[in-house]
Design a protein around this ligand. Structure first.
Ligand SMILES: [Fe+2]
Length: 304
């Protein structure tokens, strides 16, 4: 059997009916996407002669793994693909330059304390962790200092866990999460307890998938950022520590050229200098965040 089986009138009529293309109601864009998506799945089934048992194993994997969808999507390369696709569309539109975007990941929490100056991100002791200092500037495409920028920063603790998502229950809300109100000189500075790289939850859906693919589920130590400022495109990015063993082998494909600073290490302290360059927004929509669903919490106390 070859994939032309999917092109037979019986299957094509099934696709038309299933996607509602001949119905007057519903959403035309959704119908078109559903029809193509279902047809693509059918073609994969025929191409690989997927058995009934294999098909239902896959459905169970998706159902059981729904809680890890935010890890599965980057793990299979789709989140990085979205970045490459947006880059390619930008290049077609003549929009190039600036700090590369890279994946957000699933662990941002809105509502972190808003602070100024040289900001301490870490509220919890995290004993034995090394210290991280990070500094730099935020400029626009012509090198101009960006005014009224807010730098959102979030990273794991030295055990590789994020506050709000830490199964050990050891972290206070918003540990290693801050919004930094950047001064008129465009310079930012923060310090924290240095994050470690981490792995997907052992035995979970992403781990099972990675093992099945003969891959690992490790990420290098990294720090996530959103950079927002009036008149500029909101940038979603992160830096991976250039001296981490997984720096060039990130299971989530977040590593990009230009986002791999190597820390300068002195004793138990690491220093990273990293400048952000934003692109100008073409319209107000580009100044906002994507509408991806994100966790939200209220800072219990505003940290001074
Ligand atoms: Fe992360």
């Amino acid at each position: 059997m070859d994939v032309n089986f999917v092109k037979t009138p019986e299957i094509q009529q099934l696709l038309d009916r299933a996607s509602g293309v001949n119905e007057s109601g519903g959403n035309a864009r959704l119908k078109g996407i559903m029809r193509d998506l279902t047809e693509s799945v059918m073609e994969v089934i025929v191409k690989h002669d997927i058995s009934e048992n294999e098909f239902w194993t896959a459905m169970k994997f998706l159902a059981d793994g729904a809680g890890e969808i935010g890890l599965i999507v980057p793990g299979v390369g789709l989140e990085h693909f979205l970045d490459l696709y947006m880059d390619a569309k930008d290049a077609d539109a003549g929009l190039t330059g600036g700090t590369p975007r890279t994946i957000e990941g699933p662990l941002y929490v809105a509502g972190a304390p808003l602070m100024e100056g040289n900001v301490n991100l870490t509220s919890d002791p995290d004993e034995d962790a090394e210290v991280l200092h990070m500094t730099g500037t935020i400029t626009g495409p012509d090198g101009e200092v960006v005014q009224d920028a807010i730098l959102h920063v979030w990273h794991a603790n030295s055990k590789g866990w994020y506050s709000h998502f830490d199964p050990t229950g050891e972290q206070t809300p918003f540990n290693n999460r801050r919004r930094i109100k950047v001064g008129a000189d465009g310079r930012y500075a923060f310090h924290s307890k240095q994050p470690s790289g981490y792995s997907v939850p052992p035995g979970g859906a992403t781990d099972q998938l990675m093992q099945g693919l003969g891959r690992h589920g490790h990420r290098p130590a990294h720090v996530h950022f959103f950079v927002e400022a009036p008149g500029y495109r909101t940038l979603t990015t992160q830096i991976n520590f250039g001296d981490d063993p997984f720096a060039a082998d990130d299971f989530a494909f977040a590593t990009r050229e230009g986002l791999l600073p190597v820390p300068t290490r002195q004793g138990d302290t690491a220093y990273i200098a990293f400048d952000f360059q934003l692109q100008r927004a073409q319209g107000t929509r580009e100044q906002g965040f994507s509408t991806r669903a994100r966790a939200e919490a209220q800072a219990e106390t505003e940290v001074a």
